[in-house]
Design a protein around this ligand. Structure first.
Ligand SMILES: [Fe+2]
Ligand SMILES: [Fe+2]
Length: 170
């Protein structure tokens, strides 16, 4: 049985993963309507992964005798000035999520909830990969970006981790 404190902070993460999914959908929509179909594809795929992260938390909370609650999500920004700005926002958001996961890990140690601690290890590693993959996109953007957004947009899907979808099956 989950302690209430742990259930609550896991439900907070349901909201954050759900918001991540919507944020990346908003970015996909901006990219798609500004001619960046490759970037839009990257964001749609990323949004699907975040939904699976949310599902992992929902299923874990319910499996452990708690109750996952679906939150209202705040509206993500709809307008951006550039692809670079979009990916800088993605990195800042992923750093925020990493911090959020780490807070839950710290609470599980405090509360001696080793089951949830173990459940979270997948997310700890996932955040290392998420941040790494966004930093790689930003590096690539610095190399070819601005001068050649056509090539960047055409190639961006090739920068995705090939195993990412297999790894997030809840
Ligand atoms: Fe996530
Ligand atoms: Fe993420």
């Amino acid at each position: 049985m989950l302690k209430k404190k742990i259930e609550d902070i896991c439900n907070r993460q349901v909201e954050r993963e759900g918001y991540s999914s919507n944020l990346y959908l908003a970015m996909a929509s901006w990219a798609e309507t500004n001619g960046f179909s490759g970037v839009a594809g990257w964001m749609y795929t990323q949004s699907d992964e975040e939904r699976l992260h949310m599902l992992k938390f929902i299923k874990y909370i319910n499996e452990r005798g708690g109750k996952a609650v679906m939150p209202a999500l705040k509206m993500p920004p709809a307008e951006y000035h550039s692809v670079e700005e979009v990916f800088k926002e993605v990195l800042a958001h992923e750093e925020f999520v990493t911090e959020s996961i780490n807070e839950i890990v710290a609470l599980t140690l405090e509360e001696k909830d080793f089951n949830t601690h173990n459940f979270l290890q997948w997310f700890v590693m996932e955040q290392v990969e998420e941040e790494g993959s966004v930093r790689m996109v930003l590096d690539k953007l610095r190399l070819v970006g601005k001068n050649n957004m056509y090539e960047f947009d055409r190639d961006i899907m090739g920068l995705r981790r090939p195993s990412a979808n297999a790894a997030v099956t809840p």
